[in-house]
Design a protein around this ligand. Structure first.
Ligand code: MN
Ligand code: MN
Length: 302
């Protein structure tokens, strides 16, 4: 039926994409920073693992959006430069590289990269709406004394007014957390949906809640893979039980069509703890679902 190579022989870029087309509508880049992790390290190897697993997704159209995602105007531009061993210098380097991208989809790396990506984007678009999947609120003011690491991303994003907390929603939250950190987050106006609430209410109700919170504002999707249960995503640094099934996250994402997405990242994939690519395939598929959403908007606009 096709002369395309079988999935296992697809070239090593995300969805087999080349790395040269810098004028593509959407750029995909790896950001292999992981020195801000507070438990298991290893997310620096996330980008390549996600790319490898993504090649399962090229042999046909998306089964509900009916788009061949790998044939969209996408480019995998490779990995961003980071400053080895230096978090502030790495954030600066990431922000500079992201500033040159019109619409970036980032493969992490740990969640700390999102602060740099939001800084670059908010400078162009103002404070963003934020859809944040995670087991953790990531609004700690510091991480064991370190200001800029993966647990303080959204504390800084709110303080720097990169996101509008009244248009920010967190989904899958369930980790231990100091009461004052949780209360501070809610007091800023952030909507928090626990994983238990996802299980009880279902993907449709959660998607409706997301839509009502972000409205028609430019929206950023930040997907920490530990939002998923360790049964579905063992390959991550700070796993927490009771999380989302991969089908629940997929089902929520598929119901977010029509939102004004400005960018996305998937973070915290640590392949050394993975089993049979289960985590990296979940991460690759969340990106795939996002690309199908953005593509639908673009074709409807035509
Ligand atoms: Mn996180
Ligand atoms: Mn997390």
């Amino acid at each position: 039926m096709s002369s395309d190579p079988p999935t296992f022989a697809v070239p090593p870029g995300f969805l087999g994409l080349g790395r040269r087309e810098r004028d593509a509508a959407i750029s995909i880049a790896g950001i292999p920073l992981d020195i801000g992790t507070t438990n298991r390290s290893g997310a620096r190897f996330g980008p390549q693992a996600i790319r490898q697993a993504s090649r399962m997704l090229v042999d046909g159209a998306h089964p509900t959006a009916w788009i061949d995602v790998s044939k969209l105007m996408l480019s995998d531009i490779g990995d961003f430069r980071i400053a080895l061993g230096d978090i502030p210098a790495s954030l600066k380097a990431i922000e500079e590289q992201a500033a040159a991208m019109d619409h970036l989809v980032a493969l992490g790396g740990e969640h700390g990269i999102t602060l740099a990506l939001l800084r670059a984007l908010a400078r162009r678009k103002g404070p963003l709406a934020l859809i944040h999947f995670d087991a953790h609120v990531d609004t700690w003011p510091d991480n064991f004394g370190q200001s800029y690491a993966h647990g303080s991303v959204f504390y800084h994003a709110i303080e720097e007014q990169l996101v509008d907390p009244r248009r920010m929603i967190q989904i899958g939250i369930r980790s231990p957390v100091q009461r004052e950190v949780f209360d501070w987050t809610v007091a800023q106006g952030v909507t928090i949906i626990s994983s238990e609430e996802v299980h009880e209410r279902g993907p449709y109700a959660v998607a409706e809640r997301i839509r009502s919170v972000v409205g028609d504002a430019p929206s950023y999707l930040s997907f920490d893979i530990d939002a998923l249960d360790p049964a579905f995503a063992p390959g991550t640094g700070t796993p927490e039980i009771g999380g989302l099934a991969s089908w629940q996250a997929q089902s929520i994402l598929r119901r977010l069509n029509g939102l004004h997405f400005a960018g996305m990242d998937v973070v915290e994939v640590a392949p050394a703890y993975d089993v049979a690519e289960i985590t990296s395939l979940a991460a690759a598929t969340m990106v795939y679902e996002y690309l199908a959403l953005v593509a639908v908007i673009r074709s409807e606009a035509r």
